[in-house]
Design a binder for this molecule. Structure first.
Ligand code: E4P
Length: 224
């Protein structure tokens, strides 16, 4: 399963890039607004920082205007993916862009029918939002199961990108279901490193080592 970072914060992204555990990034207008910087400069910085795909969303809602934003976005970097909302105009734009060889990520997907339409239009990724479904009292994960099953049934190439991830359990469930990608807010990815038994185990190892060191002094940095 691929991990994308759902953030427009270059410092947070870099932290995970340096560990080589990140395969790409997703941004959206709200995440860029949160950074409060020139959005074009900010996405250019992220595109340079990240070796994998970086999704950048159009803010136009009409077909022609979407294309007018999508084409320059696609030229910002070889790894740029144009994020398009799940609308009728959006799907027409996805079809045109796919014919031009431009990668797309269809965002704001909340049903299996929307995912199927996005795939038929030629989307590279579809982004079902699990957390926002949970927020309104509907379990988001069965949607991932439905989309993965439908795409498998017909060998659909569009990748299932689980979005609006709120906690590590979403990631585990998405992986068990065979989703292609999960896009993770940095705080969720941070939580995935932690386990209280790891902390307790490390403390015990270090305490025992200190006892040994009192007797022998050296540590492995002096090993010859
Ligand atoms: C995905 O690409 C979106 O940017 C994101 O996952 C939305 O998440 P939210 O519901 O936490 O805003």
């Amino acid at each position: 399963m691929k991990f994308f970072i759902d953030s427009a914060n270059a410092d947070l992204i870099k932290k995970f890039i340096d560990m080589n555990i990140v395969d790409g990034v997703t941004t959206n207008p709200s995440l860029l607004a949160k950074e409060g910087k020139d959005p074009i400069e900010q996405v250019k910085k992220i595109l340079k920082l990240v070796p994998g795909p970086v999704s950048i969303e159009v803010v136009a809602t009409e077909y022609g205007a979407m294309l007018s934003e999508a084409r320059p976005i696609s030229k910002l970097g070889k790894n740029a993916v144009v994020k398009i909302p799940m609308t009728r105009d959006g799907m027409r734009a996805v079809h045109t862009l796919s014919q031009e060889g431009i990668k797309t990520n269809v965002t704001l997907v909340f049903s299996a029918t929307q995912a199927l339409i996005a795939a038929k239009a030629g989307a590279t990724y579809v982004s079902p939002f699990v957390g926002r479904l949970d927020d309104i009292g509907t379990d988001g994960m069965p949607l991932i199961s439905d989309i993965v099953q439908i795409f498998r049934n017909y060998s659909i190439k569009t990748q299932v990108l689980v979005a609006s991830v709120r906690h590590p359990i979403h990631v585990v469930e998405a992986a068990k279901l065979g989703a292609d990608v999960a896009t993770l807010p940095p705080d969720v990815l941070d939580k995935m490193f932690s386990h209280p038994l790891t902390d307790a185990g490390l403390k015990k190892f270090l305490d025992d080592w200190k006892t040994l060191q009192k007797q022998y002094g050296d540590d492995f940095s002096k090993a010859k």
